[in-house]
Write a protein that binds this ligand. Sequence first.
Ligand code: NAP
Ligand code: GDD
Length: 329
Amino acid sequence: MKKSALITGILGQDGPYLAKFLLEKDYKIYGLLRRYSNPSFVNPEYLGIQDQIEYVDGDLTDESSLINVIKSIRPDEVYNLAAQSFVGASWQQAKLTTEVNAVGVLSLLNAVKFFSPTSKFYQASTSEMFGLSNSDGFQDENTPFHPRSPYGISKVYAYWMTVNFRESYNMFTCNGILFNHESPLRGIQFVTRKITDGVAQIKLGLADHIILGNLEPKRDWGFAGDYVEAMYLMLQQDEPDDFVIATGETHSVSEFVEAAFAAVGISNWKQYIKIDPRYKRPAEVPHLRGRVDKARKKLGWKPKVAFEELVKIMVEADIARYTIKKSFG
Ligand code: NAP
Ligand code: GDD
């Protein structure tokens, strides 16, 4: 019998990478689809897996749709990747962010508990939960949470609910506390993709500057394709647990900008950057850097793609996109 997995957030960045990874392990993949009038399948198409996913209808804010899905497929594994994931928007849409990222997770956990209690459950937790904690050192599984945004707060609720279902009902539920991870499938509003897209346009003569909010925050940036393997590994352990997944390196936004311009041979990058306070956040997370010892030891996981390589992959992918667009007029 093939193993089956339900992936929520299937059309985002991580969903397609995880689906591809599990398809290579011969899983049957169900993807939760919430947009009907105009869904965008570009990300699964980019990875060449669009025809191998069975889409099922549902939305994290609609509990009955989640019950129907879980009841009808009873998957071996549930990966909850769906979220209003853009930190910047979470101040403007704090209630929606809470309904999807916090209450939605409770609804999904309940659906699993009542209709498929042996399904293993992965929750996409985040380094944003650490926020201001240890902002001059490393963060790990023992670091207290100090979230700085409605997004971070919603994810803290979902984290504890995931732990609580494990402790209260003996369910196999895990939190992956993932630090920032990027790829050519990253949404265009996130800073890395905004930069690599801008650099590609500048290199091809389609733009002459990039507008950013703040060059100082530091992030621990890894490659999404590496991180989905850690999600899978967590659900293959004998006991459920929570793990930090990161590279252990941190870089500022300006270092990312510099590396992206260097990838196309431009060294005088400062002249192409404009700062607009519109993109500054009301409360910033200044410094994230994960300590990944537990995952290395227990999961045998480590990142494969290093920072400069990641930046180069993303810049080249954006140049290729514009080059294809141009050649079709
Ligand atoms: P993403 O690209 O923004 O994808 C999120 C997906 O969630 C989208 O496909 C979106 O669907 C779906 N979604 C949003 N609201 C929904 C709802 N009400 N019901 C069902 N689906 C809904 O995010 P990602 O980068 O792949 O991240 C995956 C998960 O990991 C998220 O939970 C994120 O918060 C978390 N995380 C990400 C990172 C990172 O660095 N990428 C780090 C730590 C944690 P549509 O396509 O229809 O809009
Ligand atoms: N988006 C954006 N746009 N960010 C900017 C800009 C800008 O113009 N200028 C500076 N930044 C800074 C942000 O203030 C933040 O400090 C940093 O760049 C990274 O921003 P994002 O790429 O939007 O990601 P994030 O770190 O806020 O959140 C991402 O990572 C989290 C894990 O730590 C998202 O993927 C979250 O869903 C995820 O949980």
